[in-house]
Ligand binder design. Structure first.
Ligand SMILES: NC(=O)c1ccc[n+]([C@@H]2O[C@H](COP(=O)([O-])OP(=O)(O)OC[C@H]3O[C@@H](n4cnc5c(N)ncnc54)[C@H](O)[C@@H]3O)[C@@H](O)[C@H]2O)c1
Length: 452
């Protein structure tokens, strides 16, 4: 028998209530309940998230577009659009600290590259702002600790851009697994098998006009401008360098592993990590690997993640699957999770796919079709600010999911070692070399202090 929507339609409200504590944050008290936003990092994702938040939530408006690239075409366009909507023009600003100093601003969306995420979020929290910070929220395990500490200390909403945490089907998958219908959990396989091409080194060039390269680099070590690291018109290649991100793993695989953790009931850190891989697809000379095959030991079950950017025949699902009723062809779905129990197998898809449980011969016995959860997550951010109920993707869960990326990257960078991790002290017990990578190095003007 096939059943659509196991456990009925899990309401959006249920997502928040069942996952999180409530009433710990101070709700916004403003006479007119208006929330004034600022966007820091006006690339493709930042503009998308800001506009989503404004569309999904009444009585919200934007006062600043902040970016270190003054030439972005989107900025004057967006200023014009929001001027018509809200009756005054948002300002353009290049220095995020000036934005955080403005008492009119209640909340900021941070959509810079990853090396800025934690520092910018901490500065914003210290200035009394609520924060939506994109994934991967941190560049190291130490940064995750600091983000958690700062969020607790300043008692503001911090929503991480792990939008699957607002997907009702993630919760229904977890309830289904808890009900025991898969049997005992044995193995969880995460896939992030994306397309890509060979990386080719290019020479350094002068810094393009209109870009503050020093502030783009911020906490990262100083290097000459290079078009492989940065593009003036699109995202560019910063994810290929350890100074700014963690390759395909911190980009899309972080979402897949976060969704797996939701379905598994938010487990803590794994006991060990081991990985193999490298630039074995196109044999390019970039820093972050083209492919990694990772094994995490959770004691009661094993989890693997196969993540790369060199398999062009795999499919990131389109709108008919993300927003419609269509299911993917699972074997070539590039961003899926397979959950093997002793009795049954669950396929769980990112991008709003949903989940299906199968018996032998692919016979589907249960399922919950999903919907791409961005808009639910954007609504949840403002709801959290207005009600004081903790957001769906809080700092602690974001830190635990982001740590899976960091653990694997450290194992890779120390020579594909099998590293034993002590979750209580958040350190490795068998590699001083790996412990050196728990925290990055900061440019002196852009340090995160030990005491946030
Ligand atoms: N949650 C999701 O599904 C999702 C989807 C896409 C991207 N993202 C994340 O969103 C972030 C942004 O992605 P993108 O594709 O827009 O990247 P991008 O590189 O195109 O945009 C980043 C912008 O930040 C600006 N910036 C850099 N340093 C700055 C600073 N100090 N102050 C102000 N602006 C600064 C850059 O000039 C650039 O315009 C990334 O972390 C990415 O991983 C998340």
């Amino acid at each position: 028998m096939q059943r659509r929507n196991f456990i009925g339609q899990v309401s959006l409200c249920t997502v928040g209530l069942s996952v999180h504590r409530s009433g710990l944050l101070a709700p916004l008290h403003r006479a007119n309940n208006k929330i004034v936003l600022a966007l820091v990092g006006c690339g493709g994702r930042g503009v998308q998230v800001l506009n989503g938040i404004i569309k999904e939530n009444e009585n919200t408006e934007v006062k600043y577009f902040c970016d270190v690239n003054e030439t972005l075409k989107a900025i004057p366009e967006q200023i014009e659009i929001h001027k018509k909507k809200q009756g005054y023009a948002p300002r353009f600003e290049t220095d995020m600290k000036k934005v955080f100093d403005d008492q009119d601003v209640d909340a900021v969306v941070i959509a810079t590259p990853e090396h800025w995420h934690t520092l910018a979020a901490i500065w914003a929290l210290q200035a009394g702002k609520h924060v939506y910070v994109e994934k991967n929220p941190t560049l190291s395990i130490w940064e995750g600790q600091k983000l958690v500490e700062a969020t607790k200390k300043y008692n503001k909403v911090l929503q991480i851009g792990f939008q699957n945490r607002s997907a009702p089907y993630g919760v229904s998958a977890r309830e289904y697994i808890r009900s025991g219908k898969l049997g005992n959990l044995v193995h969880i396989k995460c896939y992030n098998m994306l397309g890509g091409s060979k990386w080719v080194a290019r020479p350094d060039t002068p810094v393009p006009a209109g870009l503050n390269w020093d502030h783009w680099q911020g906490p990262a070590r100083r290097v000459p401008y290079n078009p492989n690291r940065h593009s003036m018109t699109s995202r560019g290649g910063w994810l290929d360098f350890w100074s700014y991100g963690g390759g395909a793993l911190s980009d899309d695989a972080s979402h897949v592993m976060d969704l797996a953790r939701i379905a598994l009931g938010n487990p803590g850190h794994p006991k060990s990590v081991y990985c193999t891989g490298g630039n074995i697809g196109f044999h390019s000379a970039k820093e972050t690997p083209e492919f990694l095959n990772i094994t995490y030991d959770y004691g009661d079950f094993a989890m693997t993640c196969e993540s790369g950017s060199c398999t062009n025949y795999m499919t990131k699902e389109g709108n008919e699957v993300r927003y419609g009723a269509q299911w993917p062809y699972w074997p070539q779905n590039s961003t899926r999770i397979e959950i093997y129990g002793t009795d049954r197998l669950m396929y769980l898809g990112r991008h709003g796919v949903g989940w299906q449980v199968m018996e032998k011969d692919g016979k589907v016995v249960d399922m919950d079709k999903g919907y791409f959860p961005d808009k639910f997550h954007q609504k949840n951010f403002i709801d959290a600010i207005r009600t004081g109920v903790a957001p769906n993707a809080d700092a602690q869960q974001g830190h635990l999911s982001a740590s899976l990326v960091h653990l694997a990257d450290i194992a890779y960078r120390t020579g594909n070692r099998h590293l034993i991790f002590d979750g209580s002290s958040e350190s490795f017990t068998n590699s001083p070399e790996a412990n050196q990578l728990l925290k990055g190095q900061y440019h002196p003007e852009f340090e995160i202090s030990e005491n946030v």
